[in-house]
Write a protein that binds this ligand. Structure first.
Ligand code: 289
Ligand code: CA
Length: 161
């Protein structure tokens, strides 16, 4: 007979092996679910997911749509994130999309929500130009470039999760 201590260790080992199998199966199921969920109107970049709602809204409504879904408007912080958004804008074919970035409180200085300064930008040549003195929101075009526009304009809604 094995000693009680050895039997205990053997039982623990079986439990760990069973758990390892369960975690492996969950990881496989999760990867499959992620692929299904991101097809065709979502993109995963690192820990972030961008997904388009497929319709256009004014900035404030777009903000609400994303907040109600538990997300926010997109804050691209790198070229890779910008490319994922660009792909969604191109694929959806409904024109440019809003970013989270605004210059409400800081005329001329664009920030993330809450006022954090930008760590990355991809302005089109000559932008932001605050055309007519009324451009406090930002769109990302199908070529990935950014332009400041009036917040009352309607643009494609993409949310970041
Ligand atoms: O769509 C907004 C317009 O006012 C845009 O017109 C021209 O494309 C440029 O002047 C842009 O800067 C401007 O945002
Ligand atoms: Ca502009």
């Amino acid at each position: 007979f094995p000693s009680p201590r050895k039997a205990y260790i053997a039982a623990l080992r079986r439990q760990v092996e069973a758990l390892q199998g369960q975690v492996g199966r969950l990881q496989g199921d999760f990867l499959q679910y992620k692929k299904v969920e991101l097809f065709p109107n979502g993109r995963g970049v690192g820990q972030k997911v961008f997904k388009t709602a497929g319709f256009v809204k004014h900035f404030y409504e777009a903000q609400q749509v994303c907040a109600q879904a538990g997300g926010q408007l997109p804050s691209p912080r790198s070229a890779i994130e910008k490319e994922a958004l660009q792909q969604l804008v191109e694929a959806e074919d409904k024109g440019a999309a809003f970013l989270s970035i605004t210059a409400f409180w800081t005329e001329g200085t664009f920030t993330y929500p809450g006022g954090e300064p930008l760590v990355y930008s991809n302005w089109a040549p000559g932008e932001p130009n605050n055309d007519g003195g009324k451009e406090h929101c930002v769109e990302i075009l199908a070529n990935g470039k950014w332009n400041d526009i009036p917040c009352g304009a309607k643009r494609l809604v993409i949310c970041e999760f």
